[in-house]
Design a protein around this ligand. Structure first.
Ligand SMILES: C[S@@+](CC[C@H](N)C(=O)[O-])C[C@H]1O[C@@H](n2cnc3c(N)ncnc32)[C@H](O)[C@@H]1O
Length: 267
């Protein structure tokens, strides 16, 4: 049994405690959005007021005892990700049988995601070469669901000795805002630098941008812009305007955490 199974069961129980008063699909969606707003509003000040208003609109719909389950659910998600990083919310979505309500929105089993990421990374030599050359690797997920493929990629990078929190940037898109909120919460907890977009990968329409705390705190807008400028300069065979070459930091090693640390290893 997975080490996070107990926490996943607790999340399901907490949500089911309101099943007889509220439509589960809406309750789950609202809970995901409220949790996403909590992370976003700590770092994304430009969108803060609109999101705060949306949060108040969500909580107005529920009784006090139902609202009180939201932080408990977030605590269980955190503990589950700490016990074994994975697609915790995708598993909850499946156990609540919401994929049927969502017209067959199935997520890839996490073990399959890990296998695919492992095949992609191999022994990690090419990844390390990219990171040494460019400072970071970029990943695109055009239909992210709850983010299982990205979480697996981050874990495989970690296993290959590359710190994804500093050397990976993710752009993830889903047409369904509920999926975006789930992915955003999980990426935020794992401190993955990412922008998660509500949009359509086929028509290239983009409606909402959710920047993870790792993206904002890591200054990724600047890092990505600088990389874009360097690529453009390379493409027209001129040197970057900056008088000093920008030093590319060596990949930071992931240090083993102390055996009995009081601090969660996620943070
Ligand atoms: C089968 S799920 C897979 C999710 C995830 N990649 C995984 O492996 O668990 C497909 C996802 O694609 C999203 N999707 C479908 N059409 C899309 C489109 N045109 N643009 C962006 N996302 C889309 C759905 O909302 C759904 O979350």
């Amino acid at each position: 049994m997975s080490p996070n199974a107990h926490h996943i069961r607790n999340i399901v129980k907490l949500l089911e405690s309101a099943r007889y008063r509220h439509d589960m699909y809406r309750l789950f969606s609202d809970c995901m959005e409220a949790m996403a707003i909590l992370f976003a509003n700590a770092v994304d000040l430009r969108q803060r007021d609109a999101r705060e208003a949306r949060y108040l609109e969500i909580v107005r719909h529920y009784e006090r005892d139902v609202i009180e389950t939201f932080p408990k659910i977030l605590a269980e998600v955190t503990l589950a990700m700490e016990a074994a990083p994975g697609d915790v919310l995708g598993a909850v979505f499946g156990q609540l049988e919401l994929h049927n309500t969502a017209r067959g929105q199935f997520f890839t089993p996490y073990e399959v995601c890990r296998l695919m990421a492992r095949m992609q990374i191999g022994d990690g030599a090419h990844l390390r070469e990219i990171v040494e050359r460019n400072g970071f690797a970029m990943a695109q997920e055009p239909a992210c669901g709850a983010g299982a493929m990205v979480i697996a990629l981050a874990q495989e990078m970690q296993d290959a000795g590359v710190n994804y929190q500093q050397h990976l940037h993710v752009t993830a898109i889903d047409v369904d805002p509920r999926a975006v909120h789930m992915a955003y919460v999980q990426f935020s907890l794992m401190h993955i630098p990412a922008v998660v977009i509500v949009g359509n990968s086929l028509t290239l329409e983009e409606r909402e941008h959710w920047y993870t705390p790792a993206h904002v705190l890591g200054g990724w807008n600047m890092r990505l812009a600088r990389r874009g400028a360097e690529d453009a300069c390379r493409a027209i065979e001129v040197r970057p305007a900056s008088p000093e070459p920008v030093a590319t930091p060596a990949p930071a090693p992931i240090l083993p955490s102390p055996a009995k640390a009081a601090q969660l290893t996620l943070f």
